[in-house]
Structures are given as C-alpha cells and as structure tokens.
Ligand binder design. Structure first.
Ligand SMILES: Nc1ncnc2c1ncn2[C@@H]1O[C@H](COP(=O)(O)OP(=O)(O)OP(=O)(O)O)[C@@H](O)[C@H]1O
Ligand SMILES: [Mg+2]
Length: 352
C-alpha cells in the first residue's frame, strides 16, 4: 500500500500528512518573508505539532467515536478486555475503507441470516399445510365411512364389514403418520440418543430381508446381497435405527418397483474408515428434478401415482435424519426407467 494511496489512510497517518503539508507551506511562506533558516524551522515545527494534534483529536473525537459506536452496535458485545484492546489499539489503525469493509461484511452476514430465517419460515408454512393435508385425507375417509354406517349401512351385511375395515385402514394410516412424525421430531430435537454398538452389516441386512420377505414374495421380488460384496464387514452404529433405515429403503424399493425384479444390497468398505451400504432396485427411477428434494418430509416424486400406493412421504426423511444423526451422509442415484440406488455411509468398526 502506497503511503499516499488516499483511500487507505489511518487517522494518524492522515493527521501526519496534513500537518506535514501545512507545516511545509507555512515554513515556505515564512522563508519568503524572513530568509533566516531557523524561523521557518520553528514555524514548521509549531504548525506541524499543532495541526497534527488538532487534526488527530478532531478525527478521533468526531469521527472515530461515531465509528466506535457503529462497531459496538454491529458486534453487540459488552466491554471486555479484548474489546477494550480493539478500541484502543486496533480501531485507530483502521482506515475508513477498512471500516466500511467490516460494515459491509456485517451487513452481508445479517442478510444471510435473514434469508435463512425466511427459508425456515417458508419451510414451516409448507410443513404445516402438508401436515394438514396428510391428516385430512384419512380423517375425511373415516368420517365418510362412519357417517354412512350410522346412516343405515350398519344394518346392511353386504357392506358393513367392508366399510368398517376401510375405516380401520385409515385409522392405521393416521396412526402411522403420527408415529412417523413423532419419530422425526424426536430425531430432530436430538432427544433420541444414538447408541453405538458394533455389528456386522451383512447380518443386519439379511435380518431385514427376512422381515420383508412376505412383502417381497407378494410381488415375486428377489432380495439379495450384491455379488462380490459378501465379505462380512463390521460397523459401529445404532443398530435398531440402521434397521429402520434399511427397512424404509427396502420397503420403497419393493413398493415402487415392478414385479419379478431383484433388489440388491451392496456393502462396500471405503477409505478404510467407512462402510457404504447401497440398496439398488430396478424400479421406475426418479426424475432428476425430484432428486434434490426427495429426502424432504412429505415429498413424493410422483404425486398421482403414489397416492394410490399410499405412503406418507416421511420414510426417506427419517432415513436422512438417522444417518445424519450418526454424522454420516446419505445419497441417491437414479435414472428414469432404469432404477434407483439409495446409499449411506457408516463408521467402520475399528477391529474388523
Ligand atoms: N426406490 C424408489 N424408486 C422410485 N421412487 C422412489 C423410491 N424410493 C422413494 N421414491 C420416491 O420418493 C418419495 C418419497 O419416499 P418416502 O419413503 O420418503 O415416502 P413414501 O414411501 O411415499 O412414504 P412412507 O415411506 O412414509 O410410507 C416416494 O413417494 C417416491 O415417489
Ligand atoms: Mg417410503
């Protein structure tokens, strides 16, 4: 930075230069009047000292005091030792330019904060309206059946059982929705601790396959561990929660996939510290525009199609929460007409 770079002068330097210039001008003038060498020198020294201190004082008092107030305001801190040091030592060194950079940085930071709050607000509104919608569907259906039954259908043996069991299905759906929401809110607030244990990923995957085999058989779907990834690998994680993750992913793969398909679980060791588990299906795939939002609560890729299949759109949101509560990541790869792969990482158990 050049000394005369007029934009970057600290108050001290500014006072110095001003005093120097005025001092020199005065000295030259007095030299013109009195050609002795010492008079101009005395004039110079006196002018310099007076101008320097006066200028410096004025700057400090009328400008930097105000700036100090601005800093106090933007940092919103109480007077601490560190802050005193800042005001006494660092602030006077700052040029107005640096101050304006600080203020601009602060303004940007505030802008980001406001944008984040706005996004949260938007998210909250969407969440509430989604929730209302999700609750309304089964409640209306129950209401409809109950009213029809009370209106006389109860005595009609050809429909009464059917209507009751339809109503009961809606009650189940309602109960599931509330359970899922409860689970998500607990995960979000961090109220459910992650209880780590060491287990073999392959064994857990096989257990979940076993639990899902009835539903798989309904569609003649084969569940298998991907060839070449059968070597057992141990992970450290919360086993019941990872079971839930696998269940949600495999359930989706069966639910959205075609009949007679194969669903594979690939289990890979990556970088010596993590284990990557991926559930791949030969289903319809998910369009690229949906992929970034697929893990959001209530988000469904194909609204019309999935209403009939009847999920709540919370399964993947729960998956994401659980994986992230482990400090790990979840991802999805998918191509329309080819299939989808949902994968997540876990910490590899140190002794395996
Ligand atoms: N394997 C998959 N193949 C195709 N689409 C999928 C697959 N998995 C998820 N999706 C899409 O992602 C959406 C969100 O899935 P998610 O599991 O969160 O909700 P859901 O299955 O609709 O409901 P829930 O799991 O709560 O019963 C689904 O509605 C579906 O459109
Ligand atoms: Mg699901």
């Amino acid at each position: 930075m050049s000394v005369l770079d007029a934009k970057n002068l600290s108050p001290r330097l500014l006072s110095f230069i001003t005093a120097l210039i005025i001092g020199t001008v005065n000295a030259l003038m007095s030299l013109a009047l009195r050609p002795d060498w010492y008079i101009p020198l005395i004039v110079f020294v006196i002018t310099f000292v007076i101008i320097y201190y006066l200028y410096h004082y004025t700057l400090q008092r009328f400008i930097y005091r105000k700036i100090k107030l601005i800093y106090k305001f933007i940092y919103q801190t109480k007077a601490t030792k560190k802050e005193e040091f800042f005001y006494e030592t660092i602030l006077p060194q700052k040029s107005i330019d640096e101050v304006s950079v600080d203020v601009a940085r602060w303004a940007n930071q505030k802008k980001d904060e406001i944008e984040m709050l706005r996004a949260n607000e938007q998210f909250r509104k969407e969440f509430l309206s989604n929730l209302a919608h999700e609750l309304r569907t089964p409640i209306f259906s129950i209401q409809g059946y109950v009213e029809t039954l009370l209106g006389g259908a109860l005595e009609d043996p050809s429909v009464n059982k059917k209507f009751l069991s339809n109503a009961s299905r809606s009650v189940e759906r309602l109960a599931r929705l509330v359970d899922d929401l409860d689970e998500i809110s607990k995960l979000e607030s961090g109220r459910i601790p992650i209880i780590q244990e060491t287990f073999v990923m392959h064994e857990l995957v096989r257990e979940v396959f076993e639990e899902m085999h009835l539903r798989a058989e309904e569609k003649n779907v084969t569940l298998e561990i991907k060839k070449g990834t059968e070597r057992p690998i141990s992970v450290t994680a919360d086993k019941p929660k990872i079971r839930q993750v696998l269940t949600n992913l495999i359930e989706n793969a069966i639910k959205y996939g075609p009949e007679n398909a194969t669903i594979t679980a690939g289990i890979y060791e990556i970088d010596g510290q993590h284990v990557f588990t991926e559930i791949s299906d030969e289903g319809p795939g998910i369009a690229e525009e949906h992929l970034p939002r697929i893990f959001e609560r209530f988000y469904r890729a194909d609204k019309s199609r999935n209403r009939s299949i009847g999920g709540t759109g919370l399964g993947l949101a729960i998956v994401k929460h659980i994986v992230e509560a482990h400090g790990q990541t979840v991802n999805v790869r998918s191509k329309l007409g080819v299939g989808s792969s949902f994968g997540f990482t876990l910490e590899k158990a140190s002794a395996s």
